[in-house]
Design a protein around this ligand. Structure first.
Ligand SMILES: [Zn+2]
Length: 152
């Protein structure tokens, strides 16, 4: 079995060696094959939740290899749609996410990944990607972005 690559915080994601998934991880995913419904791009959305606070941290996508690597390493891996490459969360920031458990939703097209996070989930440095809130006025049906919470 090859040595597992060392992930160094601050190293560019582009140069980080992505290991091949182990036989074990491949078999786990194969066993789930009939239950998991990857979309036409071969992706499944993964909601990442803080296992301690229950806060929703982020939404990202996994392809089969990202799912296998997540199972194998116990750390979240995703497929970056914008960069079209595998992405080991924390490889550049050091903010790894350690998987506590994973759940598949009723129709098998969404994953819920509960984690212990080493640091902020968002690339902006925010604890969660969902830091911009807006309220919905039940009477008027209109919504308004809270200026204090908006991007800036
Ligand atoms: Zn974010």
């Amino acid at each position: 079995m090859p040595d597992r690559p060392r992930y160094v915080a601050g190293s560019p994601a582009e140069t980080e060696p992505i290991p091949a998934a182990s036989v074990y991880a491949s078999e786990v995913v194969a066993a789930l094959e009939s239950d998991i419904r990857f979309d036409e791009r071969g992706l499944i959305p993964a909601i990442v939740q803080d296992a301690e606070t229950n806060a929703v941290l982020m939404l990202a996508y996994m392809n089969r290899q990202a799912l296998e690597l997540t199972i194998q390493t116990g750390e979240t891996h995703f497929w970056s749609r914008s960069r079209a490459e595998l992405w080991h969360k924390g490889a550049t920031s050091g903010n790894y996410q350690h998987v506590v458990d994973m759940q598949l939703d009723c129709d098998g097209d969404t994953l819920l990944v509960r984690v212990h996070a080493d640091g902020p989930a968002c690339h902006t440095g925010e604890y969660t990607c969902f830091y911009r809130s807006f309220s919905v006025d039940a009477d008027s049906g209109e919504s308004a972005v809270d200026p204090n919470e908006s991007e800036g």
